[in-house]
Write a protein that binds this ligand. Structure first.
Ligand code: ADP
Ligand code: MG
Length: 243
């Protein structure tokens, strides 16, 4: 096994609000890690620290042998390697689906325009939306928008994909199509960190589950351990409310 991300004593405060209170974990290459926990427990902040959308106040994140808390780090280079998918899609509304997908890889010089389009078509096929290349985001359903957002993140050839509640804004009938794309990605060996309330998906696809509360990892283990035999009272209490 190869360590891809090592998080050591990670702290994050917003003013007086201590949101992350010492997170320690290691994510292996190809691992699918699911993060669960109550609202406000710091799940999004943890994910955002991993690709430096938030700057940690203490601790380190070692990613591919670089310490991301080193002030000399090139934030933009790092973000290219950690793709992120948000609850709210964040597609560019005035650009077509293909333009959304091609923008970043062309801008940073990863691909020529022609190469980006060719790769874009491959990705659209992968998420089952090849026929939407010339459509605008507004004409798509929520599930389709989220599948495009995943394709757009993949267009940068990331080494890790971070998902922050990717299905929470979707109508129930569209959740499955997005989870299926994520399942395919996991099976193809992508390293993934996923914040989700989809416990069935977590059980089926997750290699490891982290339960967070109060800005700490309270309990972690395989999906079987966490869902079938949780040991910490707060995990038991949380699961009794969501399962
Ligand atoms: P979760 O994703 O588990 O619901 P969050 O990480 O979003 O939790 O939030 C944890 C805490 O951090 C909350 O109290 C929230 O108000 C606070 N917080 C998150 N982002 C910011 C921010 N940009 N500025 C100030 N406080 C924030
Ligand atoms: Mg959140």
């Amino acid at each position: 096994m190869t360590e891809l991300i090592k998080v050591i004593d990670l702290h994050k405060a917003f003013g007086d609000n201590q949101v992350l209170n010492g997170i320690d974990t290691t994510i292996q290459q190809g691992e699918v890690v699911v993060v669960i926990g109550p609202s406000g427990s710091g799940k999004s902040t943890f994910l955002r620290c991993l690709n430096l959308l938030e700057v940690p106040t203490k601790g380190s994140i070692i990613f591919e042998n670089q310490d991301l808390t080193d002030p000399k780090i090139d934030i933009f280079k790092i973000r290219e390697k950690l793709g992120m998918v948000f609850q709210s899609f964040n597609l560019f509304p005035h650009k077509t689906v293909m333009e959304n997908i091609c923008l970043a890889p062309v801008k940073v010089g990863l691909r020529t325009s022609d190469q980006a389009k060719e790769n874009g078509m491959r990705l659209l096929n992968q998420v089952g939306l090849a026929e939407k290349a010339d459509a605008y985001p507004n004409s798509l359903s929520g599930g389709q928008k989220q599948r495009i957002a995943i394709a757009r993140a993949l267009a940068m050839d990331p080494d890790v994909m971070l998902f922050d509640e990717p299905t929470s804004a979707l109508d129930p009938e569209m959740v499955g199509e997005v989870l299926n794309v994520m399942k395919d990605l996991a099976q193809a060996g992508m390293t993934m960190v996923i914040v989700t309330h989809e416990m069935g998906f977590a059980k089926e696809v997750g290699d490891r589950v982290l339960f967070m509360d109060g800005g700490k990892i309270i309990e972690e283990g395989t999906p079987e351990q966490i869902f079938d035999q949780p040991t910490h009272p707060r995990t038991i209490d949380f699961l009794s409310k969501v399962l």
